[in-house]
Design a protein around this ligand. Structure first.
Ligand code: OAD
Ligand code: ZN
Length: 236
């Protein structure tokens, strides 16, 4: 991809496409999660207030499902890059599964939250969590039956945006992997990165909505194109 010799600082954004080959449904594809569930019914604070059982059941099923899946060669390659890259690197994921960390990525931000975390709306504590929430287990900290999925719903603010924009300001290379570019603010990172002087690369199964915003695009399954790109970067 052009001249990579002057690249030191990298920001990588991943979306559901990076976990697709692990057998986790994406959101917007045919048969994806948002085809079978209306976003407004399960992924907004209003939905949770109106019908908490429906929302908790939806996330209980997803939380259970991800625990039976394993990282694929794309997650593995990104973990190798994290371990082997001497410059700054930040992996920002929109995914709420834990496959990046299970593969070994360390410099990682879950901007949309995590399936394996719960948030107590009474005392504000967060806890690692693997079990269902439908039966309203007590918060380990305060005892209130007030735990909700630690997931950023539509209308809520993604996590750690200050750190993400700080990394984008320093980035020489911004890479977007397996995301449709439909959800802001993540969909705007490519434009911010470009304006701040970074080179931009899209790795996706097909051209995304924002493909035209990237300097370069490589299309194919993440399990193939991501390892190829990582070997290029680490080998070069
Ligand atoms: P989407 O489902 O919108 O997009 C997934 C993208 O991955 C699409 O562009 C696919 O073409 C691509 N894709 C599918 N299989 C792939 C493969 N094997 N290799 C590479 N790419 C592949 O998912 P996101 O962009 O992640 O938010 O969605 C963004 C946010 O919308 C999610 O974080 C979620 C959702 O609503 C919340 O839940 C807060
Ligand atoms: Zn609590």
């Amino acid at each position: 991809m052009g001249d990579m010799s002057n690249i030191r600082n990298i920001v990588i954004l991943t979306g559901a496409g990076v976990s697709a080959e692990s057998g986790i449904d994406t959101f917007r594809s045919a048969g994806g999660l948002w085809e079978n569930h209306r976003v407004e019914d399960v992924a907004t604070p209003e939905a949770f207030a109106r019908d908490p059982d429906l929302v908790l059941r939806f996330y209980d099923a997803r939380r259970e499902a991800i625990q039976t899946k394993a990282p694929n060669p794309a997650h593995d390659a990104l973990a190798r890059l994290d371990a082997g890259w001497g410059g700054k690197l930040l992996l920002v994921t929109q995914n709420v599964d834990d496959l990046h960390e299970r593969a070994g990525s360390r410099r990682l931000i879950h901007m949309h939250g995590e399936h394996l975390s719960v948030w107590c709306t009474f005392c504000d504590a967060r806890h690692r969590w693997r079990d269902p929430l439908l039966d309203r287990p007590p918060c380990p900290n305060c005892g209130s039956p007030a735990l909700r999925p630690d997931i950023v719903w539509f209308g809520e603010m993604p996590y750690r945006m200050d750190e993400i924009y700080a990394a984008l300001r320093e980035a020489d290379l911004f890479v977007s992997i397996g995301t449709s570019g439909a959800v802001y603010p993540a969909a705007g990172f490519v434009q911010s990165a470009r304006e701040l002087g970074a080179r931009t690369l899209e790795l996706n199964l097909e051209p995304s909505q924002g493909s035209y915003l990237f300097h370069e695009c490589r299309h194919g399954p993440a399990g193939e194109v991501v390892p190829e790109w990582v070997e290029e970067l680490l080998g070069g």
